[in-house]
Design a protein around this ligand. Structure first.
Ligand SMILES: *[C@@H]1O[C@H](CO)[C@@H](O)[C@H](O)[C@H]1NC(C)=O
Ligand SMILES: *[C@@H]1O[C@H](CO)[C@@H](O)[C@H](O)[C@H]1NC(C)=O
Length: 129
């Protein structure tokens, strides 16, 4: 497993040097005010393991959110800033394209998480694709 991780890290180093792949960088997330990556969108490059508190226009107004390959993010929508475990994990695939119609893992109900999303924290995950 360790060898595998190192091999993946080496591969990542090589591919991230290729200009054509620069748009999908570990530690970068795509966030949009509209569902299905519409409305106002931004690609944010964020450090791992650090709570990112959203500012306008995204605070309490996220329609879709997706980390790039190489990371997953914990999103928080029941508190002002990142809780220890977050409210839900979001992986690159499928991402969270419809946060206003989101299956809340805590309650099992489909709810509007996007209108209350305040923050997120991403962690490195070499096998998150
Ligand atoms: C986003 O896409 C899904 C799946 O195609 C669709 O059901 C939903 O209505 C779309 N949402 C918006 C706001 O367009
Ligand atoms: C979202 O925020 C509103 C306004 O603060 C609050 O009334 C509502 O209960 C929140 N919903 C969730 C799911 O936390």
């Amino acid at each position: 497993m360790k060898t595998f991780t190192i091999a993946l890290a080496a591969l990542t180093a090589i591919t991230s040097a290729a200009p054509t792949l620069e748009t999908r960088t570990p530690g970068s997330v795509l966030i949009c005010t509209g569902e299905n990556y519409t409305g106002e969108c931004e690609r944010l490059q964020v450090p791992f393991n650090t709570c990112q508190q959203l500012a306008a226009p995204y605070r309490n107004n996220v329609g879709s959110f997706r980390p790039d390959v190489g990371a997953y993010c914990r999103i928080t929508y029941t508190a002002e800033k990142c809780t220890t475990h977050g409210d839900a994990f979001v992986e690159p695939t499928p991402g969270a394209p419809t946060l206003h119609h989101f299956d809340d893992p805590a309650t099992g109900t489909n709810m509007d998480a996007g209108s209350n999303m305040t923050s997120f924290l991403c962690q490195e995950c070499t096998n998150c694709t």
